[in-house]
Design a protein around this ligand. Structure first.
Ligand SMILES: *Cc1c(COP(=O)(O)O)cnc(C)c1O
Length: 376
C-alpha cells in the first residue's frame, strides 16, 4: 500500500535546520535576539503591526484575552467553527462565552449573528479565519460596537482582506505555529496588536507580569536588580531556538502560500464535477492562505467517505466539532441547536490533505480516492 498521507504536515528544509543549529551554538537559547528578530519578521507580514511571540496558539489566545482585560462578568462572543482553544481560554479567565453562528459559505463569524449576541458586557468579539479565509472584519467591527475585535488567525497568517494583511484587520490577532499550520516553530504562536497598551500588557503577561522599567515601577528605589509584578502573568516565552525556526519559515511563507493555492486549484479542477461534494469558495475580497481544504460531503455520506479514504491511507480529518458540543460546554448548559449553520456544516465537513510538500501525484491520489468512492 502507498504511504499514509496526513491531512497536514510541516515543511522543514536544510535552511530551517541550519537556522536552528546556529542558535544552538550561540549564547542565547531563550530571551535573546532571535526573539526580537522573529517578532520583526512577523510584523513584515502583518503590515507593520507589532507581534509578541508566545509558546502556542492557545497561549496567544490566553495572552490576548488577558491583555484585553477579560475576566469574570465579561462576555466573549465567539465563532463555534473552531478549535476549542478559541473559547476555552476566555472561560479560563472567568468570562462567559456566547457563541454566534457563522456564514454558510466561508464559515467565518456572521456579522449579523455577532451583532445580535453583543451586549453591554461583551468585552471581545472573536472571529476565526476558518481554513485560512479571513473573516469580514469591516462588518464585524460594526457588529462589535465598543467591544474589542479579535482575529483567531491560526489558519491565516499571510492572508489578506481587500489588500490589508491578516494581523492588521482586528484589534488583536493570534497566530499558531503548530506543525500542521501555515508555518511552524514546532510549538509556538504570537499575538499582534496595533494598540500600544494592549501590546505592553501582552508582553508582560507572557513574562510573569514582570515590570522592569523603573519609570513604571511602584518601588523603583529598591535597587538595580528590582523587578516587580503588578498583574499576574505566566511564562509563555517562545525560545530563541524556535524563533529562529520561525524566521526561517517566514522566509518560505510566500512559497508555502503559492503551493497551497496550487493544491486548492488542483482539487477544484479534479473534483468540480462530483455531484456528492460541495467545494470551498473564496469571497472576492479575500486573499486566503489555504490551511485546510474543507469539502462538504452531501447526502449523509461524510462518515463513509472518511472511512473509505482513511482505509486507503489518506489522512482526512474533520474540522471542527462545534466548540460547544464538547462535554465541558455541555456541562455548563450549552445545548445543541445553538448555531445551526455551524452544526449543518460540521455534519458534512471533511478536510482533504493540504500542505505545501504535497506533490501533484499525491493530490491526484486523493482525487482518485474520492472519485472512486463516488464511482465517477
Ligand atoms: C491550532 C489552533 C489553535 C491553537 O493553536 P495551538 O498552537 O495548537 O495551541 C487555536 N485556534 C485555531 C483556530 C486553531 O486551528
Amino acid at each position: 500500500m502507498a504511504d499514509f498521507l496526513p491531512y497536514g504536515r510541516q515543511s522543514v528544509d536544510e535552511s530551517d535546520v541550519a537556522a536552528v543549529a546556529a542558535v544552538l551554538r550561540g549564547d542565547w537559547l531563550t530571551t535573546g535576539p532571535a526573539v526580537d528578530r522573529f517578532e520583526a519578521d512577523l510584523a513584515a507580514w502583518t503590515g507593520g503591526v507589532p507581534a509578541v511571540a508566545v509558546t502556542s496558539g492557545t497561549a496567544a489566545l490566553h495572552v490576548a484575552y488577558a491583555a484585553a482585560g477579560v475576566g469574570p462578568g465579561d462576555e466573549v462572543v465567539c465563532a463555534p467553527m473552531t478549535f476549542v482553544a478559541t473559547a476555552a481560554t476566555a472561560v479560563l479567565l472567568g468570562a462567559t462565552v456566547v457563541f454566534a453562528d457563522v456564514e454558510p459559505d466561508t464559515l467565518t463569524l456572521d456579522p449579523a449573528a455577532a451583532a445580535a449576541a453583543v451586549t453591554g458586557r461583551t468585552r471581545v468579539v472573536s472571529a476565526v479565519d476558518y481554513a485560512g479565509h479571513p473573516a469580514d472584519y469591516a462588518a464585524l467591527r460594526g457588529a462589535a460596537g465598543d467591544a474589542l475585535l479579535l482575529a483567531d488567525a491560526a489558519h491565516s497568517v499571510g492572508g489578506a482582506w481587500r489588500g490589508q494583511p491578516v494581523g492588521s484587520l482586528a484589534d488583536l490577532t493570534t497566530f499558531s505555529f503548530f506543525p500542521t499550520k501555515n508555518l511552524t516553530t514546532a510549538e509556538g504562536g504570537a499575538v499582534a496588536t496595533a494598540h500600544p497598551d494592549l501590546l505592553a500588557r501582552a508582553r508582560r503577561f507572557r513574562n510573569h507580569g514582570l515590570v522592569r522599567d523603573p519609570a513604571e515601577q511602584r518601588h523603583p528605589g529598591e535597587g538595580g536588580w528590582h523587578q516587580e509584578v503588578h498583574e499576574f502573568g505566566l511564562n509563555y516565552r517562545l525560545p530563541d531556538v524556535l524563533c529562529a525556526l520561525g524566521s526561517s519559515q517566514l522566509g518560505r511563507l510566500a512559497a508555502f502560500k503559492a503551493r497551497r493555492a496550487e493544491v486548492f486549484e488542483r482539487y477544484r479542477d479534479g473534483l468540480a464535477d462530483v455531484d456528492g461534494l460541495r467545494l470551498p469558495v473564496r469571497h472576492p475580497d479575500a486573499d486566503p492562505v489555504w490551511h485546510l481544504y474543507a469539502v462538504r460531503v452531501l447526502d449523509g455520506r461524510r462518515r463513509a467517505l472518511f472511512e473509505h479514504l482513511r482505509g486507503a491511507g489518506i489522512g482526512v480529518q474533520v474540522n471542527y466539532i462545534p466548540a460547544y458540543w464538547h462535554p465541558v460546554f455541555e456541562d455548563l448548559g450549552y445545548r445543541r441547536g445553538l448555531c445551526p449553520v455551524a452544526e449543518a456544516f460540521y455534519a458534512e465537513e471533511l478536510s482533504l490533505p493540504m500542505f505545501p510538500d504535497l506533490t501533484d501525484a499525491d493530490v491526484d491520489r486523493v482525487i482518485g480516492g474520492v472519485r472512486d468512492f463516488f464511482g465517477v
